[in-house]
Write a protein that binds this ligand. Sequence first.
Ligand SMILES: *Cc1c(COP(=O)(O)O)cnc(C)c1O
Length: 404
Amino acid sequence: MSTKIVDVSPAASTNLTGSVRVAIFTVVKGMVMDIKFLDLQAQYQSIKSEINYAIDRVLKSSTFALGPAVQEFEEAYAEFCGTRYCVGVDSGTSALVLTLRSLDIDLGDEVVTSANTFIATIEAIIHAGARPVLVDVDPVSRNMNPALLEKAITCRTRAVIPVHLYGRAADMAPILRIAEEKDIAVIEDASQAHGARYRDRRVGSMGLAATFSFYPSKNLGAIGEAGAITTNDISLARKLRMLRDHGSERKYYHDLVGYNARMDGIQGAVLKVKLKYLAKWNERRNYVARRYHEGLSQAGITLPEMNDDYYQVFHQYVIETDRRDELQTYLRERGIPTMIHYPAPNHRQLSMRFLGYSEADFPVTEKLAGSVLSLPIYPELTDDQIDFISQRVTDFSYQCEQIA
Ligand SMILES: *Cc1c(COP(=O)(O)O)cnc(C)c1O
């Protein structure tokens, strides 16, 4: 089907009311260009029979918590990440809490992580009984600044959690070197980077352990809540399997104070089906990002860096502009949904006040919170939709230039 966007110049349509303009702007040869921020239904429809069959098998076997479907997924996911073990759990947050708990944290111990992350990373450190120490990010990678990590380490530091934000690996070479020198554990928070690579290494295989979320909107998403930990360390894997199931290896014998953090059988079955497509879906996200990169080259905004050291899986495509809120409104009026990851920095959240940080502590994270905007990115986004979005963003900056 050939689709051509009916373009109405902003000048010609200024006498129209907002909603009429939206309608005209989003018409594609008689059909409305319905752009979603994320389209999980389209993904489901593309593999519906396989998913339904996998769910049906679990229903028939009635192994609803852990069981063979979870084990099969764990084996497949460990192989995908290039690690020996994978432990399936009930969320990415549980994956972090259990991994940190396995380190036997003492009161007063510190765990360093990136200030620019989803709040779960920091919550998990607190739940494990450690004190979170945040470090600011690099303005280009938007990930942990390794020079600041070095300064943040004290004699109480037990671990560092680099976060591979938006689908781009953190700058792991210096982080691994510093951690080795200081003898602290590296736990990758890979919840936004399933399948990403750093040079020749795969995300999930670089530290002592890596944690993943399979929240439905992630690159690999369950049909509910799920998460996992990957590691090459057999005793860690064993301890994690115990911690997820009330500290037990043998039913009704509990050697550790554990949790209920088991993965559901249905989630394991669905994830195993979806895992087959993950590399292809990541490839398509990468293509969408490259097409945005070209389409937005004249838009006068900051784009995510393309860097050959990183195979990025673009969980989000995040642009930056000083006129972020105006641009978001402009796009919304033209039928383009966007989001902000994240509008309120963690260190200024009410729940984190007790850490005693101020705005001045993390200038890069602060600047990002005021300027980032995530454009729609997912495998099912069409070329026409990508071009339409790129064109509207570019129009916005021309309009700004004329006013200025
Ligand atoms: C999603 C996410 C988490 C938490 O995962 P849940 O499965 O929602 O508990 C942790 N860290 C990062 C960076 C995330 O994006």
